[in-house]
Ligand binder design. Structure first.
Ligand SMILES: [Zn+2]
Length: 129
């Protein structure tokens, strides 16, 4: 019996090393995730698509910072594959429009983004105090 009936997690594919032989999932996290996927497959696809776009946006901003580019016109930015509608936060302060994509902040004008800067998590936590 030992060694037999050990199956793989339906969700992540990891070998299930302990528990009853008929267990289908390696953890309750995987179990919940799998059931959510069955219930809301469209939602899962939407979330993955948004996360992919946000990651690409972040990669582009990250590349600009590495190249020491702090300001860029929006047309060039969009040519690089940037989706300006996908950000992780937006604030309006006076006439300034401030955006963040994860840890990178910038200001947007009708034609440019500028003051592209990375803020460490510690700093953004400090600024909320
Ligand atoms: Zn799993």
């Amino acid at each position: 019996m030992q060694g037999e009936g050990r199956t793989r997690c339906l969700c992540c594919g990891d070998l299930i090393l302990y528990g009853r032989p008929d267990r289908k999932f390696c953890s309750s996290t995987c179990k919940n995730r799998w059931h959510n996927r069955q219930k809301y497959p469209a939602q899962e696809l939407v979330e993955r698509r948004i996360i992919r776009i946000l990651r690409r946006n972040h990669d582009i901003l990250d590349r600009l910072i590495r190249l020491n580019i702090r300001s860029l016109d929006r047309i060039t930015l969009m040519d690089m594959g940037y989706h300006p509608d996908y950000v992780t936060s937006y604030r309006k302060v006076g006439i300034k429009q401030l955006f963040t994509c994860f840890d990178i902040h910038y200001e947007q004008t009708p034609t440019r983004i500028k003051k592209i800067v990375r803020t460490s998590l510690e700093e953004s936590a400090d600024s909320k105090r």
